[in-house]
Design a protein around this ligand. Structure first.
Ligand code: CTP
Length: 401
């Protein structure tokens, strides 16, 4: 799978560093050549000897060591790779990457490289949740850094939560994904719907739902980062506009449908919006007053189904149409039925029961349903779900062309 690929592995400080030993072994088993840079922090957790023994190559640690510089300067080190893999990527190295610090060999190589970078974050849940880390990650994502994980689980420090480094298998799979298709979407057009819709009752009141738009916006961002000309049609959210995306802001389902139809044709459409199923038959032109003796009765009528409309758009149908299925019970059965009923190619099914925290939260556990069957993805951050979905979309479009 990775024959002839050269991977520069940067090992920064963190207990998860032990997992990179297994990752090296697996990457080499797939045919890749692995060269390691060990940060000072990383050297507290794994030895250069272990890295050298597993990689079969010299390990680089010091920015100013003359023998290293004459043999392999940091610039050459950073350029002579097809992919730079940072695993574990500590909060510290991510902060250095985000802010351009070059205070050691690992950070300097990352600043000097012109190669794609894939990072596997690993840190305590509180560090992961800190606004500074989130901002650093966002910045790095915008600049095209790819991420695998982190995942949720028990931490070495005894806490539980997000921040655990992805397992070696997942890291190797992410490296494989990267090389398989290149993951690029230049020359492709994509349409994403996101957020809730608001359906007016009168000029002041409306019917809405709890969708935050986090997942849809992350998908649009991931597609745009891969080079797709991406239109994001979004209901009202507090999410910032993803960089490089053409934003179309709407309120109601009918406005969302019109905006989507105007954005066609596209190669891929992802409907992640939580579209209101019903609207008030006749929204009042003036604020409804409490004057009457009884409470007003609202008559609801069904909204158009945007996903169905896109999937059944005849010769304007995108090559790949992806829907979401928000379910609280019989998640897979209902999602499979929805895929059929709506005529989309893939459905991303997620359990939106309050206990999952999926609606409005930062993480999601999804199942990808395609014609080949059901894939159960582990619980991941919404941007990680988006990244993986974008990767799959790029592979599917490539296979179809
Ligand atoms: N969807 C849509 N337009 C609608 C309703 C839903 O485009 N009027 C899309 C959503 O964006 C999602 C998929 O259809 O991709 C499924 O949405 P979901 O809310 O899970 O299901 P519904 O079709 O609304 O069915 P139900 O509420 O009965 O579960």
């Amino acid at each position: 799978m990775l024959n002839g690929k050269r991977i520069l592995l940067i090992v920064s400080g963190g207990i998860a560093a032990y997992k990179c030993l297994d990752a090296i072994r697996r990457l080499r088993a797939e045919g890749a050549a692995v060269r390691c840079v060990l940060s000072q922090g990383g050297a507290r957790f794994v030895t250069p000897l272990a890295l050298a023994a597993l990689s079969g190559e010299k390990v680089y640690e010091d920015l100013f060591q003359l023998t290293d510089e004459s043999e392999m300067g940091h610039i050459r080190l950073s350029r002579e790779a097809d992919l730079v893999l940072v695993a574990p990527a500590s909060a510290n190295i991510l902060a250095k990457m985000a802010h351009g610090l070059a205070d050691g060999l690992a950070a300097t190589v990352l600043l000097a490289t012109d190669k794609p970078v894939l990072a596997a974050p690993a840190m305590n849940v509180r560090m992961w949740n800190n606004a500074a880390t989130a901002a650093n990650l966002e910045l790095l994502r915008q600049r095209g850094v790819l991420f695998v994980g982190p995942v949720e689980g028990d931490m070495a420090c005894g806490e539980f939560g997000f921040g655990r480094m992805a397992e070696a298998d997942d890291i190797v799979a992410a490296v494989g994904d990267f090389f398989r298709s290149g993951g690029r979407l230049e020359g492709r057009r994509a349409l994403v719907t996101s957020g809730p819709t608001f359906e007016a009752i009168d000029p002041v009141r409306y019917i809405a739902n709890r969708s935050s738009g986090k997942q849809g916006h992350a998908i649009a961002a991931a597609l745009a980062r891969r080079g797709a000309e991406t239109t994001l049609v979004s209901g009202p959210t507090h999410e910032p506009d993803p960089p490089g995306v053409k934003m179309v802001r709407v309120e109601s389902a009918r406005q969302m449908l019109a905006a989507c139809q105007a954005a066609l044709p596209v190669d891929a459409a992802v409907c992640a919006a939580a579209v209101a199923d019903w609207r008030v038959a006749e929204a009042a032109a003036r604020k409804i007053k409490k004057t009457g003796a009884s409470a007003p009765v609202l008559t609801l009528i069904e909204n158009p189904d945007i996903l169905s409309a896109i999937a059944k758009a005849g010769n304007r149908r995108p090559r790949l149409v992806v829907g979401f299925a928000a379910e609280t019970d019989k998640v897979l059965d209902n999602a499979l039925a929805k895929r059929q009923a709506k005529g989309c190619d893939w459905i991303v099914a997620n359990d939106v029961s309050p206990s999952t925290g999926a609606i409005g939260g930062d993480a999601n556990t999804v199942h990808l349903i395609t014609v080949e069957g059901v894939e159960n993805w582990p619980r991941m951050s919404k941007p990680a779900v988006a990244e993986r979905l974008a990767q799959r979309i790029s592979e599917a479009l490539e296979a179809a062309s």
